[in-house]
Design a protein around this ligand. Structure first.
Ligand SMILES: Cc1cc2nc3c(=O)[nH]c(=O)nc-3n(C[C@H](O)[C@H](O)[C@H](O)COP(=O)(O)OP(=O)(O)OC[C@H]3O[C@@H](n4cnc5c(N)ncnc54)[C@H](O)[C@@H]3O)c2cc1C
Length: 290
């Protein structure tokens, strides 16, 4: 199918893009990698009168550590995350997730920010950002505001983003020493969306858990943060009992639905098993192991 007619805009500056969104409001959609939006247009699930393509705006493709923050730009693509030595060395949960997103063609164009803005409950990056306790900077013509990832998602394909706003930066606390993470994803075949996935991020402090983040993919109406599981880890030594307790709490936090990919019980069990495995892997990495 062909998309409904739309007017295409290719602003060269962020101010120009924000001006267009301010003027066009709900009639416009931002176009980043196009890997979710273009299929929606073709299927006519979305038919905005205007597309504001941000790809011609310079300097939006960045990943850098500055002022205690890992800062990610709106055009930083899945493939760049997959190839980043910084992420591989210090942000394991991101490095694990990147090569598991879709296939190489989609990874070449799709962006982390676009994925988060799209807010598919089966999307991987939202879960990763929940585990990393990220902040999202939302910019409009009248200024910018910062929203915690945990407050950003409000339901399937729903977020705190207003039609006049661009997700202009993702900010993640810089990885401290003794930090480890992991992303485990069950998919029916390579390139598929998750049946279930779990993101884990740990920072160890003097042999105890200094901070912990656990996110769940595809087991609820939105990406889920397993808060009680995180709380059970704080200040604890990571022995088998603590890991089992946190994994059980993560499974309780899941709200899966039965479908052709599995029953509720099966999906909850995968959450439990992946949380256990993810915690063990993250702990190993925090201690300097692969
Ligand atoms: C076959 C297939 C398999 C896939 N598999 C996976 C998978 O396994 N895991 C996964 O996580 N994803 C998967 N995806 C989705 C893919 O990751 C997309 O790249 C991603 O969801 C959207 O990013 P994008 O840059 O392409 O955004 P676009 O498609 O350009 O935009 C998506 C939405 O976000 C909005 N938007 C984009 N950027 C911004 C911004 N900076 N500020 C405000 N709004 C913005 C757009 O207006 C639109 O509503 C798959 C997609 C396909 C087609």
């Amino acid at each position: 199918m062909l998309p409904a007619p739309f007017e295409y805009h290719a602003p060269k500056t962020m101010d120009e893009a924000l001006g267009l969104l301010d003027e066009l409001g709900e009639d416009a959609k931002v176009l980043a990698g196009g890997q979710s939006l273009i299929p929606l247009l073709k299927l006519r699930f979305a038919s905005p009168a205007h597309l504001v393509d941000i790809n011609k705006i310079k300097d939006l493709d960045f990943l850098e550590e500055r002022h205690g923050t890992l800062s990610i730009g709106p055009l930083f693509r899945h493939k760049s995350a997959e190839r980043s030595s910084l992420l591989a060395s210090r942000y394991h949960v991101m490095a694990d997730a990147a090569p598991q997103i879709a296939d190489p063609i989609i990874r070449n164009r799709g962006t982390i920010a676009g994925s988060v803005a799209h807010a598919d409950p089966s999307g991987d990056w939202g879960t990763v950002l929940l585990a990393l306790d990220a902040d999202l900077v939302l910019r409009s013509k009248s200024g910018s505001r910062t929203v915690k990832a945990r407050d950003f998602f409000s339901g399937p394909f729903s977020t705190a983003l207003q039609p006049t706003e661009i997700l202009s930066e993702i900010r993640i606390p810089v990885a401290k020493p003794q930090t480890g993470g992991a992303y485990l994803k069950l998919e029916r075949k390579v390139g598929d969306f998750a049946t279930v996935a779990v993101a884990v991020h740990l920072q160890m402090d003097d042999g105890k858990v200094g901070s912990a983040g656990i996110g769940l993919t595809a087991v609820g109406p939105q990406n889920i943060r397993a808060e009680r599981a995180e709380a059970a880890l704080l200040g604890a030594r990571l022995d088998d009992d603590t890991i089992k307790e946190a994994a059980a709490l993560a499974a309780e936090a899941a709200e899966p639905k039965a479908d052709h990919r599995g029953s509720v019980q099966y999906k909850r069990n995968i959450v439990r098993v992946f949380t256990e495995r993810g915690l063990k892997r993250a702990y190993e990495r925090a201690r300097g192991g692969g």
